[in-house]
Write a protein that binds this ligand. Structure first.
Ligand SMILES: Cc1ncc(COP(=O)(O)O)c(C=O)c1O
Length: 385
């Protein structure tokens, strides 16, 4: 049987994605860009997203863990694990040529031993914890650890990096302190002739709020969310990047409900009069936040239609009072559209009191990813609009 079209789909504009990449690259130049495509490119489908970015000139990629790194190797570009590496993951990653994070001396020793065992140098970047409190070498230990690690055989100590927890304008004190600490570590080890080819701290927030983080001594930035045209809810939006995705579904049923009918689980909405309502074929399993219940809207024929009652797993009821021409099967825009009624990832983020990352990473498995141009990808999620 031919594959049936799915009920819910994401339209991903690879032309806008690559346009965003080029805008970011131009804004931070001469610093270079590491495209962060962890978590399946934030859920959009890493095979197609990576291939599009590589075609637009992207030269290196960052991921969170080995499974993600392996998926990227076919592009033949440097791939770097940005977080941590477990002991049993080291050897296959060195074999594969993935750039690894040095989060402590023990890890560096294990990488060195694996490199010797398989006779292949391992490229590593030191991961400094200058204030994130999550992973890496504590700043106070960094100079000594770096001095010891660079003496280990089999390592190509190419880079050093850190991460900001709070790189909004309001987080300036901590962020500036982190950069000062990073620079002091660079200076300290430079006294022994230790210098790194790649030095990076900025992710999307800092690119928009801390120009200093994109200038020497820093010569690389890492960006994820800005590639998708989204931003953190706080801080400045300096880059003129555009949203790349629309989430769509179809109208499954249209009914006239008598006055006083309750809608959905929890009886949170009661029709105040006889009403025309539509049931759309998307729910929280597709990524619609429960927080949209009785608060969000969708677009049908470009007209806003209020969500009524609680979002269910697979279906959501909307008012059709403003769209009498609606028919079963009509397209429903959950995110997307043009002009003042357009619905943005950030609008959902505000209703859910969360950020764009959470919204984008929450689109469900059954949501088809459709791409705006054909890509010769071998990965999953390869569909074309
Ligand atoms: C270490 C590291 N670098 C870069 C990024 C990319 O961040 P953003 O999507 O905000 O650009 C992340 C994302 O969480 C990260 O953990």
């Amino acid at each position: 049987m031919n594959e049936l079209p799915r009920r819910v789909w994401l339209e991903i504009r690879l032309d806008k994605l690559t346009g965003n990449y080029k805008k970011i690259a131009a804004a931070v130049s001469p610093a270079k860009v590491i495209c962060v495509l962890k978590a399946n490119a934030y859920g959009l489908g890493v095979a197609n997203v990576a291939e599009a970015l590589a075609g637009a000139g992207a030269t290196s990629f960052g991921v969170a863990e080995p499974y993600e790194a392996i998926q990227m190797l076919r592009l033949g570009k440097p791939v770097q694990i940005l977080s941590s590496i477990l002991p049993d993951e080291i050897e296959p990653m060195v074999e594969a040529g993935v750039t690894l994070p040095v989060t402590d001396f023990q890890t560096a020793k294990r990488i060195s031993r694996a490199a010797k065992r398989i006779g292949k140098a391992a490229t590593v970047h030191f991961k400094l914890d200058t204030g994130m409190g999550r992973l890496g070498i504590l700043a106070k230990d960094a100079p000594e650890t770096i001095r010891r690690v660079v003496k280990l055989p089999g390592l190509r100590c190419e880079g050093i990096f850190s991460h900001f927890p709070y790189a909004y304008a309001s987080g300036s004190e901590l962020s500036n302190h982190q950069m000062d600490v990073f620079c002091a570590i660079l200076k300290d080890v430079a006294r022994d002739g230790i210098v790194f080819a790649k030095r990076h701290i900025a992710a999307s927030d800092a690119i928009n709020n801390f120009p200093r983080a994109c200038k020497p001594p820093f010569n690389y930035v890492r960006t994820g969310i800005n590639l998708h045209g989204s931003f953190d809810p706080m801080g400045k939006r300096v880059l003129n990047v555009e949203p790349v995705l629309s989430l769509k579904t179809r109208l499954a049923q249209i009914r006239q409900l008598p006055a006083g009918t309750t809608i959905g689980y929890g009886l949170t909405y009661r029709t105040p009069r006889r009403m025309c309502v539509g049931t759309i074929s998307a729910g929280y399993a597709d990524g619609l936040p429960l927080a949209l219940s009785n608060r969000g809207y969708v677009l049908i024929h470009d007209i806003p239609c209020q969500i009524l009652g609680r979002i269910s797993m697979d279906y959501t009821v909307v008012s059709l009072e403003t769209v009498p021409q609606a028919k079963v099967g009509d397209e429903v825009v959950c995110i997307g559209g043009e002009g003042p009624n357009a619905i943005h990832v950030e609008d959902w983020g505000a209703l859910k009191m969360t950020h764009a990352y959470d919204i984008i990473c929450s689109f469900g498995n059954r949501v088809e990813r459709r791409y705006s141009w054909p890509i010769s990808s071998i990965g999953d999620n390869r569909n074309n609009l």
